[in-house]
Design a protein around this ligand. Structure first.
Ligand code: SAM
Length: 282
């Protein structure tokens, strides 16, 4: 076991600093304080972070740390910490490590017994979740599904029975294909597509997957997709529709009991519930 008392030791610290996901006003005073205080800022893209630093008058050396250079940048950052320097990590937007680089770095810094401290701040998934109207009691942040449809479908198969809200990131040029796969695998569930969060064109589309899919090709910008979890069988069962289908089969000559069984099976509903409802109405 390792125990880190973040502010009661003299160990160098790696700070994980979230940055705005669109609206520059969402840089917190503490994030600015830490960026002004550290010795070095490790950035996913130094050009983007340079712009952010310029906007806030922060003058600190920037080094590059991203997925493709981490074999070299992690030892560099560890070396800085060993020298007693404080280092901040930032990504292009939101939290580092959340669908962004940093995971391996944090693991290695913890293994060396340096402090790892995270600051509160912007994150697209959380913004989208709390305004979505979908259940927030339990949820899964998935991040990006695979780019390839066959692999994406496999991932969705694994999530098919998950009963809680699921949160995905997606790029606009893939949104149509992604939603089509969601429709095919998960069925026509309730969905919220939240785009351009915190920016002037912020928009929430709340409806069924099918409805959002119909206009998906026209949607631009950065987007988060939230899909409701699988409902319990009794809740998702459309009793009125089921009764209509039973009636139609009975009129075709199918025995009532058999018609109820077939419809309950087809609609993934409760046979007993349908049986009771059918006999109550007749
Ligand atoms: N680290 C970021 C975070 O904490 O949210 C996420 C980085 S990930 C590389 C970028 C994805 O996040 C985008 O493709 C989009 O799905 C989502 N995203 C980022 N900013 C957003 C915004 N303003 N509105 C909606 N989605 C956003």
């Amino acid at each position: 076991m390792r125990r880190q008392k973040s502010f009661q030791n003299n160990q160098p610290t790696l700070y994980l600093v979230p940055t705005p996901i669109g609206n520059l006003q969402e840089m917190t005073p503490r994030a600015l304080e830490i960026l002004n205080q550290v010795d070095v800022i490790a950035a996913e893209d130094t050009r983007n972070t340079h712009k952010l630093c310029q906007a806030y008058g922060i003058q600190k050396p920037l080094i590059s740390h991203h997925e493709h250079n981490q074999a070299a940048s992690i030892p560099e950052i560890l070396h800085l910490l060993e020298q007693g320097k404080q280092v901040a990590v930032v990504s292009d937007a939101g939290y580092p490590l959340v669908s962004d680089p940093g995971q391996r770095l944090v693991k290695e810094v913890i293994e060396k017994d340096f402090n790892v401290v995270s600051l509160s701040g912007a994150n697209a998934a959380t913004n989208a979740l709390v305004a979505s109207g979908l259940s927030t009691e339990h949820y899964l942040f998935y991040g990006f599904l695979d780019h390839k449809s066959s692999r994406r479908k496999k991932q969705l198969e694994e999530l098919k029975d998950f009963p809680y809200t699921m949160i995905f990131y997606e790029a606009p040029h893939r949104i149509e294909d992604m939603l089509q796969d969601c429709l095919d695998i998960l069925g026509n569930r309730n969905i919220v597509l939240a785009r351009e969060l915190t920016k002037i064109y912020e928009e929430y589309l709340r409806g069924s997957i099918q409805e959002v899919l119909e206009i998906a090709s026209s949607l631009k910008g950065e987007m988060v997709v939230l899909i409701e979890g699988k409902k319990s069988e009794t809740k998702s069962f459309d009793l009125e529709e089921a009764l209509k289908q039973v009636q139609a089969l009975v009129e075709e000559g199918v025995k009532t009991k058999e018609a109820i069984k077939q419809v309950a099976q087809k609609m993934n509903g409760s046979k007993n519930e349908l049986y009771e409802a059918y006999h109550k109405q007749s």
